[in-house]
Design a protein around this ligand. Structure first.
Ligand code: THU
Length: 135
């Protein structure tokens, strides 16, 4: 997975930040989905490496994941951003995450540790304004 993340990092499109990120997401069947960051001149349309990997995996029919590796060239190795963590919670209750860098530093954590309270949309949720008692 580290090799896959390292290789795909080279494909990152990061002309604005010069910060290349590679990710490798492993599906339950053992297949590995690489993803890199793809920046855009509008900045706001930038897609992170981790979400690129999730999108590729879901498009290939995978919905269950058991590991994520992220590689950057900074120390300490960068953790996934909040948007990516929230995206991962759609498909994983918890997930071992290894962040590493080109120098070989490694830090192991989990999705639950980094993002313990994802957005929940309970079956019963409805706008407060719809409740009889508020009329
Ligand atoms: N980036 C990622 O690919 N993953 C993250 O979790 C955070 C940031 C990218 C987005 C942008 O291209 C560059 O890193 C600088 O923010």
């Amino acid at each position: 997975m580290i090799d896959a993340a390292t290789a795909v990092r080279e494909k990152a499109h990061a002309p604005y930040s010069n910060f290349r990120v590679g990710a490798a997401l492993r599906a339950a069947d053992g297949s590995i989905f690489p993803g890199c960051n793809v920046e855009n001149r509008t900045f706001g349309l930038t897609v992170c490496a981790e979400r690129s990997a999730v999108l590729a995996a879901v498009a290939a029919g995978q919905r269950t994941f058991d590991a994520l590796v992220v590689i950057t060239d900074c120390s300490p190795a960068a953790l996934p951003c909040g948007l990516c963590l929230e995206t991962l919670t759609e498909f994983a209750q918890d997930l071992p995450i290894l962040v590493t860098n080109l120098a070989g530093e490694r830090h192991e954590t989990t999705l639950r540790k980094l993002f313990p309270t994802p957005f929940e949309w309970p079956e019963t949720a409805r706008p407060v304004s719809d409740r009889a008692e508020s009329r």
